[in-house]
Ligand binder design. Structure first.
Ligand code: 5GP
Length: 241
């Protein structure tokens, strides 16, 4: 089947009709702007199903997303969008590049959720970008920026609560937004252990891609455990029908 696009973790295929595309989730994992590569067995299955469950939950709460339905263990049908070339990062605690950039230990609770933007550009290494610079570059409009801010903080509140119910703390995560044909903004890409930091409540054990980035071992097991907790009470067989 002809590919429309192949990224590091997903392949996009044409959908059954105009305006829809099929997303296939691979087991390939990369980190540090593609310098570290490996396969994580079963990751595609986990990320597809975790993303589907989270998109459904968010839609139910009023967040517009690109999600249409699950097609198989590794594939979902989504609305075709033009991606806004920004990584929208929400942080509840210090970790990762924030800790490195400012020289603070990981795990400090931030006084309020922090929004950061990176310019999605592999050649430049996805640099941090001021919202004003994103506007100056014409990456999005002022109205879109305001809407993205509002949606990202709302999504944070919803996902923090969702994961707290599963004994996981949402430390930080990355979102991408896209424009539908008619220009409306929707949440796109994926939301999975590849794109979030999830710490076990109480112990702080890492249950996300940091296990791969930092060679902590137990990578497959952590992904499977996140899926297990997400599916508890959510999954039904009709998901594939
Ligand atoms: P950091 O900026 O600390 O590296 O990442 C913050 C959060 O956003 C983490 O949960 C991380 O997984 C996610 N994130 C940031 N950039 C990327 C990216 O390029 N790809 C993926 N998959 N996740 C990212």
């Amino acid at each position: 089947m002809e590919k429309l696009y192949e990224g590091k973790a997903k392949i996009i295929y044409p959908g059954p009709e105009a305006g829809l595309v099929r997303v296939y989730f691979k087991d390939d994992a990369t980190a540090f702007n593609g310098q570290k590569r490996a396969q994580i067995a079963g990751k595609g299955v986990v990320n597809n199903q975790v993303s589907a469950a989270l998109f459904r939950y968010l839609e139910d709460q009023g967040i517009p997303t690109h999600f249409v339905k699950l097609l198989s263990e590794r594939e979902m049908l989504v609305k075709k969008v033009h991606i806004v070339p920004l990584e929208v990062i929400v942080r509840n605690r210090t970790a990762g590049t924030f800790s490195r950039r400012y020289g603070v230990e990981e795990g400090r609770v931030l006084p309020k959720p922090l929004l950061e933007f990176s310019y999605k550009n592999d050649a430049l290494g996805d640099p941090l970008i001021y919202p004003e610079a994103a506007l100056a570059l014409g990456l999005l409009s002022e109205d879109e920026l305001e809407r993205i801010r509002e949606l990202a903080l709302w999504i944070n509140t919803l996902l923090k609560d969702y994961f707290a119910q599963r004994n996981l703390e949402l430390v930080d995560f990355k979102l991408e937004f896209g424009r539908l044909e008619d220009g409306r903004l929707v949440l796109a890409d994926e939301i999975s252990p590849d794109t979030m930091r999830l710490w076990e409540m109480g112990t702080g054990e890492k249950m996300d891609k940091d296990r791969f980035r930092r060679d902590l071992g137990g990578v497959e097991e952590a992904y499977q455990e996140v899926l297990r907790r997400v599916l508890a009470g959510v999954y039904t067989k009709s998901d594939y029908e």
